[in-house]
Design a protein. Structure first.
Lengths: 282, 176
């Protein structure tokens, strides 16, 4: 399968890319790593009149950390995975990245591209939402930052305006008492996760944030009070209670009942894993 | 900024297997098709054309990527290595290829050029390789003949022999 013809525009700078978006808006599809978009073009699921290639905007490939870890939209998943700053500042992201696609697609796929695509089972979006991160959007008119919670609207639908480009992702810093876990289940390694769970346990504060991916159209994040002393039985009950309230979709991979059952098991496993880490480090 | 109208061809210059190439193609042409149909390098195989099967994997600037998910103008200025460039200049099989032969890591061979591209990068970037990690890397390829075990064996054996012999990479490998 080959893509339908498109006008190809390759921006060498952010300004050029933003001017193309300002002029042509929704007629444009932005190509970052192209690991989802390339397949969609080949299958003609999308046939944009303009393909805007942003792979030569090197300013978008930076990883910086002052107060908050900021990753440029074009940081490749493989580069994030091997980056010492990412591992230190965003351990949960480093834990999730090996589940993103395959070794070969991570070589090309980007953090910003995955967020822009907004697949319901995407791990990067799930981690960003669970950590309470933000997406930086730029247009020729303005720059704004949107909380991940507000950004993801539905499956493959975000609040990005037609003239906007995702330029960076903000990953809130970890508190010293923070322990994280990431678990998911897919039919084969690298396949779309049927359910993925991101877990952030703040031991001292006595609370835990759980992000559920793959279940609904967008990541679902809940916060609960919990301590290292919470019994295994209580953890199981909490997992069951949380899963009952989840929005769970049915598709070719799994029914909503199956997703809910899987979410219960994986949430329990993630909670136990993060609590176990806290105990081990105590 | 490069702007190419729909249906129009554009000039593409890059290095393919150590040699400079200058060619023209429509911008919607997949890199896999540029390699096969325009440059007549048929060693790169095309399976699914949507990034799942891994057959078309080649090395672009040293990284294993799906050549069906890159479009022709995206390799402008890049260094591309296909299966035709993985062996030495004299076309002798390299140590990894020899290990594939020794361990029966291929049968029909359709998936092999892609797997060799991935394994080349994988072995180059790490001195120690374990089975789990190797299987993780191989999850990006579909092989319907071998059941993968022999491929894992070949890769692990190559890593081991490179480590013990302090293997000196040949010139084509160094270029990657």
């Amino acid at each position: 399968m080959k893509p339908a013809a498109f006008k190809y525009m390759r921006a060498d700078s952010l300004e050029e890319a933003l001017s193309v978006l300002a002029k042509y808006g929704d007629d444009v599809r932005v190509m970052a790593g192209g690991q989802s978009l390339g397949a969609m073009l080949n299958m003609r699921i999308v046939s944009p009149s303009i393909l805007l290639d942003i792979n030569r905007i090197f300013a978008l490939s930076k990883i910086e950390s002052s107060d908050t870890l900021v990753t440029g939209a074009m940081v490749r998943q493989a580069d994030a995975l091997s980056d010492a700053i990412v591992r230190r500042e965003a351990g949960l992201l480093a834990q999730a990245l090996p589940h993103v696609g395959h070794y070969q697609t991570r070589n090309r796929g980007t953090l910003g591209g995955s967020v822009a695509h907004a697949d319901p089972s995407a791990e990067i979006a799930l981690v960003l939402a669970t950590l309470g991160g933000e997406i930086e959007l730029r247009s020729a008119r303005r720059v704004r930052r949107v909380a991940a919670k507000q950004f993801f609207r539905s499956s493959l639908v975000t609040s990005r305006g037609g003239d906007e480009l995702i330029t960076a992702l903000y990953w809130p810093g970890a508190s010293p008492d923070q322990r994280t876990a990431f678990v998911e289940f897919a039919v084969r390694e690298g396949d779309f996760a049927i359910v993925a769970i991101a877990c952030v346990f703040q031991e001292v504060a006595g609370r835990m944030r759980l992000g559920f991916g793959g279940c609904g159209e967008v990541p679902q994040v809940v916060e609960i009070p919990i301590t290292t002393g919470t019994s295994t039985r209580s953890v199981e009950e909490i997992a069951q209670h949380l899963s009952k309230q989840l929005e769970c979709r049915s598709d070719l991979l799994a029914s909503s009942d199956y997703r809910r059952s899987l979410a219960t098991t994986l949430a329990r496993n993630a909670m136990m894993a993060s609590m176990e880490k806290a105990r081990a480090d105590a | 900024m490069l702007e190419v109208e729909a249906g129009a061809k554009t000039l593409i210059r890059f290095t393919l297997n150590g040699k400079p190439v200058q060619t023209e193609a429509e911008t919607r042409m997949q890199l896999a098709d540029l390699l096969r149909h325009v440059l007549k390098q048929y060693g790169t195989h095309v399976g699914c054309e949507h990034g799942i099967c891994g057959a078309c994997t080649v090395l672009v600037d040293g990284r294993a990527v799906r050549s069906c998910l890159m479009f022709a103008p995206q390799v402008e200025g890049a260094t591309v290595i296909t299966i035709e460039g993985i062996a030495g200049e004299d076309s002798e099989l390299n140590d990894l290829q020899m290990a594939f032969r020794k361990h029966h890591a291929l049968q029909c061979g359709f998936c092999t050029p892609g797997i060799l591209a991935s394994a080349t990068q994988f072995l180059k970037e790490r001195a120690d390789v374990d089975e789990q990690e190797t299987r993780g890397m191989l999850s990006g390829h579909i092989c319907r003949c071998t059941g993968y075990s022999s491929i894992v064996e070949a890769i692990l054996a190559t890593a081991k022999s490179r480590k013990t012999q302090n293997h000196e990479p040949n010139s084509t490998e160094r270029d990657k």
